[in-house]
Structure formats: structure tokens, C-alpha cells
Design a protein around this ligand. Structure first.
Ligand code: FAD
Length: 228
């Protein structure tokens, strides 16, 4: 397994922007989608993130919308007692916010190897942006606690060659779901061969999958975006 630092070519230069919230939509009991008006001179590549500045706190969020969309959609977990996410969950339409960006290198790289996207929770955000910008034919594993957390499933399924919902805290509701962690599926179900893995979300998932890739999927590349 080789961990790759992608080239800077094509990446946009970060700037500082003032904008406002145009929509705040609940996705599940502990996640919501915040839409910001896209400033006229802001552009980004699918998979990049911005750093939001609100109420004297700065936090990174991957952009879930495609670059061609009018608004900037962020898929945010409401962290219990979290300083910023709890305030954003309650923020009204029209609220002014600032951000810097775009930041990051977690963009899709065309390759001869099949792409496997692995997300935990709101780690699905950059994969939504990639799917919305025309990336298709990938395998996507979304690790969540219950089916209610499978936000964006209907959209992503239209672009994925395979969509696997891994439920860690509930029994599968239908054949499209599997019980257990994303690592269980990768270890037991994904045929061994080289892939391009894109991993986004919790660092323990990223560590475990990276170890598994070394063990089982030699010759693969691994791209990562750690949320916490
Ligand atoms: C590169 C990058 C991209 C990110 N993109 C996203 C994104 O698209 N969507 C998103 O929801 N978050 C994302 N995050 C996490 C986000 O930046 C914040 O850390 C998160 O919203 C918590 O901020 P807070 O101020 O509410 O909590 P804080 O007061 O900063 O932290 C409270 C506690 O919650 C823990 N924590 C942080 N994030 C989470 C989480 N997601 N779930 C559970 N516990 C957490 C922290 O480790 C800390 O112990 C990203 C982080 C990074 C570094």
C-alpha cells in the first residue's frame, strides 16, 4: 500500500469570504445540512473543504455540493456539547458566516484501479461532491449506526457501481444493508486486488482500513481525509 500526496496542479488558491446561510435542513437525529450562498469568486474542486468561522470558532467542513451547484452544502454532525456544530445546527437562514478556502487535496484521481470510497457518518460529504461532479462507477461503503443516518443514499446510489451500507448499531433493514463495521465488509467481502481507496471520517476507521489494505489489498493507493 502506498499513501499518496497528490500534486497541487488544478487546485484552487484559498481566499477569505463572507456569506450567509440560505438553508438549514435536518438530515437525521444527529446530522444536518447547512447551505451557504456561494460567493461569486469562490471556486473549488469536488472533495475539497472550507474552514468556517462563526461565533469566534473555526472548524473545517468538506463541501458536499458539486462545484457547479449554486449553493455550498455542508453535511455536519451535531456533536454533543460541540462548540460550533451545536450552534450551527440552530443557526437561522440569513445568519452571516465567514470562511476561508478551498483547502485540501482529497480530490478524485482517475486511475486504472477501481475506486473504493469509505465513509463514516458525515464523511460521506466529499463523496457526494465527487458523485455530483460526474465521478461514477465506484464502490461506496457508508458506515453509520442506523439506516436513518444513510443521508444522500438515494443520490449516491445512482452514481455508484456498488453501495454498501454498514450498520454498526442496528440489524439490517433489507438486503442493501450489512451488519457491522466497514472493516468487516472489506475484510470478508471485497475481493483482494489493488484498488484506489478514498477514506473519510473517523481516524480509527482510517487507521484500521489502512492496516487492512497493507494486509489484503497490496498494490493499492490510499487517500485520506480525517475528520476527528
Ligand atoms: C479536514 C476536516 C474536514 C472536516 N469535515 C467535516 C464535515 O464535513 N462534517 C462534519 O460533521 N465534521 C467535519 N469535520 C469536523 C469539524 O471540523 C469539527 O471538528 C466538528 O464539527 C466538531 O466541532 P465542534 O466545535 O462542534 O466540537 P468541539 O467543541 O471542537 O469538539 C468536541 C468534541 O467532539 C469531537 N468531534 C469532533 N468532530 C466530531 C464528529 N464529527 N463526530 C463526533 N465527535 C466529534 C472532538 O474530537 C471533541 O472531542 C472535519 C474536520 C476536519 C479536520
Amino acid at each position: 500500500m502506498e499513501t499518496v500526496r497528490p500534486p497541487a496542479a488544478g487546485l484552487k488558491t484559498a481566499g477569505c469570504f463572507a456569506t450567509h446561510i440560505t438553508a438549514n435542513r435536518r438530515l437525521s437525529a444527529n446530522a444536518f445540512e447547512l447551505t451557504l450562498a456561494k460567493p461569486p469568486h469562490f471556486s473549488f474542486l469536488a472533495g475539497q473543504r472550507l474552514q468556517l468561522d462563526y461565533a469566534a470558532a473555526q472548524r473545517d467542513y468538506s463541501i458536499a455540493s458539486a462545484p457547479a451547484e449554486d449553493g455550498l452544502r455542508l453535511c455536519i454532525r451535531r456533536v454533543e456539547h460541540g462548540r460550533l456544530s451545536e450552534q450551527l445546527a440552530l443557526a437561522a437562514v440569513g445568519t452571516a458566516v465567514a470562511f476561508t478556502g478551498p483547502h485540501g487535496y482529497f480530490t478524485f484521481k482517475a486511475s486504472a484501479h477501481p475506486a473504493v470510497f469509505v465513509a463514516t457518518g458525515t464523511g460521506i460529504a466529499p463523496f457526494c461532491a465527487m458523485a455530483g461532479s460526474g465521478v461514477s462507477g465506484f464502490t461506496l461503503l457508508h458506515g453509520v449506526e442506523t439506516p436513518a443516518d444513510l443521508y444522500y443514499r438515494d443520490f449516491i446510489q445512482t452514481r455508484a457501481a456498488a453501495y454498501i451500507a454498514c450498520l454498526s448499531a442496528s440489524r439490517p433493514a433489507d438486503a442493501a444493508h450489512v451488519s457491522g463495521w466497514v472493516t468487516d465488509y472489506l475484510r470478508d467481502q471485497l475481493p483482494p486486488r489493488p484498488y484506489d481507496f478514498y477514506l473519510c471520517g473517523r481516524q480509527d476507521m482510517i487507521r484500521d482500513v489502512t492496516l487492512l489494505v497493507d494486509e489484503r489489498f497490496q498494490g493499492s493507493l490510499v487517500y485520506t481525509e480525517i475528520f476527528y
